[in-house]
Write a protein of this length. Structure first.
Lengths: 252, 377
């Protein structure tokens, strides 16, 4: 994937929520970033100002470090590391994305109507990443918060090193699901090729059914939370069973 | 402090060298970046892997800023040095307010971002104002020998309620490679992303030396702005240390990367050792051993706060007195290093070092001293 210093982009309104109409930009990544942050925020918190961004197909590292409550629609496919370290922004894109989509996302949402490469949502600390296709290996690796929803399958090592947050897998998972995972939880509807050592499946508790149900609704996904199984570290499950919270015993 | 490279000596100018004034060059270096302006650094010295979790968080920030004010690059995340709501001094907060002294203008302190594969503790704001992004491609051992992070480190980075620590308060495994990079052949894309995230920083890759012949060419092909070689991972003899630096520099030159800085983490070194490593081909040297002495002193004082021995004033999390002490302790080493570096400039690079040992001369391709006694006698 190329990284062009010039991004031929247009920003324009498409519906009644938009405050912008017919504004055209022919900018580099930095100028586009600046222009997006200068767009006024709508007065209605329920309806974000929406813009379309075109012309970024195939590029790497697009739309990183956005920190603005705005909805952005765009067409892919995109290269690697799109939407890294974003806050507040609500991204809705169509097409495939490369590696590391939404790396380090802090808040907001990224919805990808396509497949994602390796390390989707790696090191996320908040927000929601929804992938309406399949995700590659190490989805949700080292995440520390937030939620990832993958409608289809995920590759190997999903959730590796995750310290917190939630990963919802609508399809199947590859090998070593949940490897080196700590306080994160994985929900899976299909089958896993293998669980990592020290990880087990368990029924959903009431609070997780509610949490998962909300995520499914937010992600506009049909299905019942009861169809999913919970994948957690065995030590965490034992701690729950002993009603000693999640403190004891020391997991490792 | 013992000298590891005492078999090597600095070669002064020949007797008949005309008297010339001291060279005008100071010790500053510039690191060229693939995109953008070069990064200017006051000294070719850096603190690679500070044990921030071993001291109180306020003390960690004060030490980091005190060391950085001397021109030494300091590696730290914001979460190493301050809670989420606070601004670390190393990252631009005024020191004065916290320690009750007269305010000075905020300085731009030289800082490295340790970009570990897992990114635990990393925030987006870490990228602002950093001089170097250090993409760490070597697994990290904790004091027990595991490839893991200690509960104290994880607790510092990812603040959780005391009754519910992450991983139940146990150690957390360390990663070997960034999980969002498909392989070494795709590392270039990650480095380019980091160049955009940290707009003013040079992007380095740090690596272990165990498979240097195979891994260094792969790292170089990803086009970093520099390489950090963690030689402290091996228990090297003095000659092996010197030879490894020399050979690595030669390997980089052979790969048409003679323009690329080679920074080394040698472990225990003296000021003279650091200067000799630079004369052997390194462009900057880690001084963790000098800084670790300061951390030990402060940690011990804080752990024995009731004791009247030693530096009792160090027991406080942060005072101007002990900030001054940190600077005084370190400046002795830095002055010596700076002086030796300054003196070396009188000689062309190939004539700066020599040895009495035929073995060292042969391995390092440096001259043997012309003296009327046998080497080693």
């Amino acid at each position: 994937m190329n990284q062009s210093p010039k991004m031929n982009s247009t920003v324009g309104g498409r519906d009644s929520r938009s405050l912008l109409n017919g504004l055209s930009l022919d900018l580099g990544a930095q100028q586009l970033h600046k222009a997006i942050h200068e767009i006024p925020i709508g007065e209605n918190d329920e309806q974000l100002t929406q813009i379309d961004v075109n012309g970024s197909a195939g590029q790497d590292a697009v739309m990183m470090r956005l920190n603005h409550p705005i909805r952005i629609k765009m067409e892919g496919p995109l290269g690697d590391y799109a939407f890294a370290f974003n806050q507040q922004a609500d991204i809705r894109m169509t097409g495939a994305v490369g590696s590391g989509v939404a790396e380090g996302m802090i808040s907001g949402a990224v919805r990808v109507r396509g497949d994602a490469g390796v390390g989707a949502g790696a090191a996320m600390t908040g927000g929601t990443l929804a992938i309406y296709g399949n995700a590659g290996n190490r989805c949700g690796a080292a995440m520390r918060g937030g939620g990832i929803f993958v409608r289809g399958d995920v590759g190997d090592e999903a959730g590796v090193g995750a310290l917190g947050g939630m990963i919802v897998i609508g399809g199947d998972a590859g090998h070593n699901l949940g490897d080196a995972m700590s306080n994160a939880t994985v929900f899976i509807r299909g089958a896993a090729a293998s669980f990592a050592a020290g990880v087990t499946d368990a029924p959903l508790r009431k609070r997780e059914q509610l949490r998962l149900g909300l995520l499914l609704i937010n992600a506009s996904i049909r299905g019942d939370a009861k169809e999913f199984r919970r994948i957690v570290p065995t030590a965490m499950l034992e701690a729950e069973a002993n009603e000693r919270g999640e403190l004891n015993p020391n997991w490792r | 402090m013992n000298e590891r490279l005492e078999k090597i000596c600095f070669l002064p100018p020949p007797m008949d060298t005309p008297w010339v004034g001291a060279p005008a060059e100071d010790g500053s270096i510039k690191v060229e970046r693939t995109n953008g302006n070069p990064v200017a650094l006051k000294l070719p010295l850096f603190w690679y892997d500070p044990p921030w979790s071993e001291v109180e968080i306020d003390s960690a920030d004060a030490i980091a800023a005190a060391v950085a004010r001397l021109g030494v690059l300091v590696s730290a995340l914001r979460s190493d040095l301050a809670s989420a709501d606070d601004e670390p001094e190393l990252h631009g907060a005024s020191a004065a307010a916290a320690i009750g002294v007269q305010a000075e203008e905020t300085e731009d302190l030289p800082r490295i971002i340790p970009y570990r594969p897992e990114r635990y503790g990393l925030s987006d704001r870490d990228f602002d104002g950093a001089a170097i992004v250090d993409v760490r491609l070597a697994m990290r051992r904790n004091p027990t020998g595991r490839f893991a992070y200690t509960p104290e480190e994880i607790g510092r980075w990812e603040a959780t309620q005391a009754e519910a620590p992450l991983a139940g308060g146990g150690w957390v495994p360390a990663a070997s490679f960034p999980p969002d990079v498909e392989g070494l052949e795709k590392l270039k894309g990650k480095l380019n992303q980091l160049r955009l995230l940290a707009g003013d920083a040079a992007v380095f890759v740090s690596m272990a030396p165990h498979r240097l012949n195979e891994e260094l060419p792969a790292v170089l092909s990803s086009q970093p702005d520099g390489v950090i070689l963690r030689l402290n991972e091996l228990d090297l003899s003095p000659l092996e240390l010197a030879d490894c630096v020399k050979q690595t520099r030669a390997m980089m030159d052979e790969q048409q990367c003679d323009h690329l800085p080679l920074w080394v983490v040698p472990g225990q070194v003296s000021a003279a050792d650091a200067a000799k490593l630079i004369a052997l081909g390194a462009n900057a040297v880690a001084i963790d051993s000098w800084c670790q002495e300061l951390v030990n002193e402060i940690r011990d004082a804080q752990q024995n706060a009731g004791s009247t021995s030693g530096y009792s004033s160090l027991a406080a999390p942060k005072t101007q007195e002990w900030v001054d002490w940190v600077e005084d302790e370190l400046v002795r080493h830095i002055e010596r290093f700076d002086g030796l570096m300054h003196a070396m400039v009188y000689q062309p690079p190939e004539d700066r070092l020599a040895t009495l040992s035929a073995e060292w001369a042969s391995r390092l391709s440096i001259p043997t001293l012309s003296v009327p006694f046998d080497a080693g006698s």
